[in-house]
Design a protein around this ligand. Structure first.
Ligand code: ITT
Length: 194
């Protein structure tokens, strides 16, 4: 089976994308290449960071590489934490507590936010494609739900549930990552034929 390296250490992202790939490709993670140094995510856009990660892995492994850079942009915080979503606080729990605290005085109608996801696919011959997806919602008053990962328990969808109250299949249909994946799917399936 054709191999794809997925340049992420985030278990939540990996779980979701593996499910979307439905076994079409053999996916290997960065742990299979311990000599590749950590990629510094210093681009100002999700797309820039995703491309940077995928390029490093494609070049170093000689395999097609897929990378995901994603995050949460909150309108009342002028788009923060945005590309800094992973570094906003040290753990998922701490990030949720900090965001709820920052928004404590912000009323429901001004708690609008969106998840963004950039996916980049880079082949060792230099071919590359980058796609994006986004999902609109608002920051809940308190965390709810056990599914998903990261900021999911405080991201409320227009239908009323938080992202962490959806099943994996439901999340894939509406999420930023699901949307981006749908756009990249043809190119990923072409890898099977390459
Ligand atoms: P890699 O760079 O190794 O892929 P990372 O966790 O550092 O892993 P990012 O820099 O892209 O990834 O940071 C993404 C942040 O946004 C991180 O805090 C995630 O928990 C959060 N995030 C991304 N997608 C999410 C989703 O679908 N649901 C909830 N939180 C999400």
């Amino acid at each position: 089976m054709k191999k794809l390296v997925f340049a992420t250490t985030n278990a939540g992202k990996r779980f979701e994308l593996m499910a979307l790939l439905e076994g079409a490709l053999e996916v290997v993670g960065p742990e299979a290449f311990p000599d590749i140094p950590e990629v510094v995510e210093d681009a100002e856009s999700f797309a820039g960071n995703a491309l940077k990660k995928a390029r490093v892995f494609a070049e170093a492994t000689g395999l097609p590489a897929l990378a995901d850079d994603s995050g949460l942009c909150v309108d009342a915080l002028d788009g923060r934490p945005g590309v800094h979503s992973a570094r906003y606080a040290p753990t998922d729990a701490a990030r949720i507590i900090k965001l709820l605290a920052e928004l404590q005085a912000v009323p429901r109608e001004r708690r609008t936010a969106r998840f963004k996801c950039a996916l980049a696919l880079v082949k060792p011959d230099g071919w590359e494609r980058s796609v994006q997806g986004l999902c609109e919602g608002r920051i809940a008053i308190a965390a709810r739900g056990q599914n998903g990962f990261g900021y999911d328990p405080i991201f409320e969808l227009p239908e009323g549930r938080t992202m962490a109250e959806l099943t994996r299949e439901e999340k894939a249909k509406v999420s930023h990552r699901g949307q981006a994946f749908a756009r990249l799917r043809p190119a990923l399936l072409d890898l099977v034929k390459d």
